[in-house]
Design a protein around this ligand. Structure first.
Ligand code: THU
Length: 135
C-alpha cells in the first residue's frame, strides 16, 4: 500500500462506518479515486424492501458522478474483514460504464494483503455504449 492507497483505505473505512445495513449487518465502504486525485466515498445503503438496497461501490460511483466526476483510476473496497470483498456483478457493470480502473480489495487491519485487479479483468466483455451505437 502506498500513500494514496493508505488515504483511500482510510476514507473507505470512515465511509464504512456510515453504512446503513440493519438487515445484513454487513458494513461495506468504498473509496473512489478520481483522475484529479479527489477521493469520493460510498457505503452500502439497505432497505426494508430488500432488493432496493445499494452496494458501497455503486453509492460511491453515483455520488462521484453527481459531483461532476467521470474519470476514475482506482477504487478501494473494505468490508468487515478479514475476508476481502470482491465487487458484485451489478457494481462491476456500473463501474465499467466509466472505463477500466484498478480495483483494490482491502482489509481493515492490514492482516491480509490487498488484492488488486483491473476492472476489465473482473468483467470481461462488459456491456457498453458501443453495443447501443450499432442499433
Ligand atoms: N455489499 C456491498 O456493499 N458491496 C459488495 O461488494 C458486496 C455486498 C453489500 C450489499 C448488502 O448491503 C450487504 O453488503 C450484504 O450483501
Amino acid at each position: 500500500m502506498n500513500e494514496v492507497d493508505d488515504a483511500l483505505l482510510e476514507a473507505a473505512l470512515k465511509a464504512r462506518l456510515k453504512a446503513y445495513a440493519p438487515y445484513s449487518n454487513f458494513y461495506v465502504g468504498a473509496a473512489l479515486l478520481t483522475e484529479d486525485g479527489t477521493i469520493v466515498t460510498g457505503a452500502n445503503v439497505e432497505n426494508a424492501s430488500y432488493p432496493l438496497g445499494c452496494c458501497a461501490e455503486r453509492t460511491a460511483v453515483f455520488a462521484a458522478v453527481a459531483q461532476g466526476y467521470r474519470k476514475f483510476t482506482r477504487i478501494v473496497i473494505v468490508g468487515p474483514g478479514p475476508q476481502l470483498i470482491s465487487p458484485c456483478g451489478a457494481c462491476r457493470q456500473v463501474l465499467a460504464e466509466f472505463g477500466d480502473l484498478e480495483v483494490v480489495m482491502a482489509e481493515a487491519q492490514g492482516r491480509v494483503v490487498p488484492r488488486r485487479m483491473r476492472l476489465f479483468e473482473l468483467l470481461p466483455l462488459h456491456f457498453g455504449q458501443d453495443a447501443l451505437h450499432g442499433v
